[in-house]
Write a protein that binds this ligand. Structure first.
Ligand SMILES: [Zn+2]
Length: 392
C-alpha cells in the first residue's frame, strides 16, 4: 500500500524548531515514510492512493501522552465507547496510557497491579482501534513494589508507570518507589498538584515532584487543581530533566504561566501538550487541538512550537520513533489547514489566533484513515484524493 501526498504547502517535521520538509511531496509505504521530495518527481501511477494537499499544511500525527485508556475503545469513567476513534478525528494518532486506574475494581496489591499493567500492554500490542496506536500498560505505583518487581514487568514488556493513585500514607513515601521504577528503565509520570479523585492524595507539591524526579511532571498545570506560581517556578527552574506536561483538563492560567517560564529558561524541549482525558472533565475529542490553540493564542508559544510540543517533544521524552516526518519514521501524518471561513492563512496562523485547525486527512501506520474529519471544521483549501486503486 503506497500513499503519495503532493502539493504540500507549509509543513513541520516535528522538531523543536519546526523545520519544514525538504520538498513538497511525501511517499508512505509499508507503514513508514519512504520518500520526501518534489511533487514533480511523483509518478501517480506508482501509488495506490494520491492525495492533492492543495497547499495545505502537513505535520506529524499528534501524540497525547496523558490518556486514561482501560481495555478496548471504551472509557468506564464516562461510559462511552469509541472515544479513541473520535480522538483520531481530532488529529490524535497515538496515545500513551496514564495508567489503567479507571478499570472498575482495579487491583491495588502488588501481584494484581503488575498483572493489570502486563495485561493492558499485551491487549494493545497489536490492536489499533480505528488505527490509533495505544502505548498501554502503566504500572500504578503502590506501596510494596520493589526494584525486583519493576525488573520483572520491564522484562515482560511494560515500560510505563504512574505515581499518584497509590495507597501511600505520605506523598514523600513515593520517592524511593519512583526511583526504583526509573532504575529499572521504566518511564515514570507523576501526578502534580491537588488530588483528582476520591482516594488520591490531597496534593503532590513542588517539593515532592523535585524529590521524586519523575520523567514527566504529569498535568503540571493541575489535574485539575494547579500548584501556585511559586511552585510552578521551582519545578521549571530546579527540575531539569523533568518534562512539563500541560493538559487540557487542567488549569489554563497555570499552563500559560509554566509555558512562558519554560520558554524564558530556554527549556522549550521539556514542554509536552496532552489532554488528561477521559476523566471527570470528560471525553474531549478535540482536546489536543484546543490545548494547542489556547497556548498558541494566549502564551508566548508560537503555532509551530505547540505542534512540536504535541509531536516531536513527546517522542523525545518517551523514546518513540513517531512524532517526526523523516524517511524511515512511522507514517503517522496529518494534513491540516485553517478552517473554512477562518481569518488565518494556514494551520499555524489559525492556532495563533485561537482557531482550531481543520484536520483534512489522517494517515496512521501508512493507511489513510479519513479524508474528512467528522469533528473539526472543513479545511479552507480543496484537499482531495486524486487517485485510488491498485498500482499498475
Ligand atoms: Zn490523569
Amino acid at each position: 500500500m503506497s500513499v503519495a501526498l503532493v502539493n504540500i504547502g507549509d509543513s513541520h517535521t516535528g522538531d523543536t524548531t519546526g523545520t519544514v520538509l525538504a520538498g513538497d511531496a511525501l511517499v508512505l509505504n509499508g507503514g513508514d515514510i519512504a520518500w520526501i521530495g518534489s511533487s514533480g518527481d511523483v509518478s501517480v501511477n506508482d501509488h495506490e492512493t494520491v492525495i492533492d494537499v492543495a497547499g495545505a499544511t502537513v505535520i506529524p500525527g499528534l501524540i497525547d501522552s496523558h490518556v486514561h485508556t482501560t481495555f478496548g475503545d471504551y472509557t468506564p469513567r464516562q461510559g462511552m465507547i469509541g472515544f479513541l476513534d473520535s480522538y483520531l478525528h481530532g488529529g490524535t494518532t497515538r496515545v500513551i496510557s496514564a495508567s489503567e486506574v479507571h478499570v472498575p475494581g482495579r487491583p491495588s496489591d502488588v501481584v494484581g497491579i503488575k498483572a493489570l499493567a502486563v495485561a493492558a500492554q499485551r491487549c494493545f500490542a497489536d490492536y489499533r482501534p480505528s488505527g490509533v496506536t495505544v502505548h498501554a500498560g502503566s504500572v500504578i505505583l503502590e506501596p510494596g513494589l520493589t526494584k525486583a518487581d519493576f525488573d520483572e514487568v520491564r522484562a515482560a514488556g511494560v515500560w510505563l508507570a504512574k505515581a499518584g493513585f497509590g495507597a501511600f500514607a505520605e506523598p514523600m513515601d513515593y520517592v524511593p518507589v519512583v526511583h526504583a521504577a526509573r532504575d529499572a528503565g521504566i518511564v515514570v509520570m507523576a501526578h502534580t498538584g491537588g488530588g483528582s479523585i476520591p482516594g488520591s492524595l490531597s496534593k503532590i507539591s513542588a517539593d515532592v515532584v523535585l524529590a521524586m524526579r519523575p520523567d514527566i511532571a504529569g498535568h503540571v498545570n493541575g489535574g485539575p487543581t494547579s500548584l501556585d506560581p511559586e511552585e510552578n517556578a521551582r519545578i521549571v527552574e530546579e527540575g531539569d530533566g523533568i518534562a512539563l506536561q500541560l493538559v487540557q483538563a487542567g488549569n489554563l492560567r497555570s499552563a500559560i504561566d509554566i509555558a512562558d517560564r519554560a520558554l524564558a529558561k530556554g527549556a522549550f524541549h521539556r514542554l509536552l501538550i496532552a489532554t488528561d482525558t477521559p476523566t471527570g472533565t470528560g471525553v474531549i475529542s478535540l482536546g489536543m487541538l484546543r490545548q494547542m490553540a489556547e497556548l498558541a493564542s494566549l502564551s508566548e508559544l508560537t503555532g509551530r512550537q505547540v505542534v512540536a510540543a504535541a509531536t516531536g517533544n513527546v517522542a523525545e521524552v518517551y523514546g518513540l520513533a513517531a512524532g517526526r516526518l523523516a524517511v524511515g519514521r512511522p507514517a503517522d501524518v496529518l494534513v491540516v489547514d485553517t478552517p473554512v471561513g477562518g481569518r488565518a492563512h494556514n494551520a499555524f496562523g489559525a492556532l495563533e489566533i485561537g482557531d482550531l485547525p481543520a484536520v483534512a486527512v489522517a494517515v496512521t501506520g501508512g493507511e489513510v484513515r479519513f479524508t474528512k474529519s467528522r469533528n473539526t471544521p472543513p479545511p479552507s483549501r480543496a484537499v482531495r484524493v486524486t487517485r485510488t486503486g491498485a498500482t499498475r
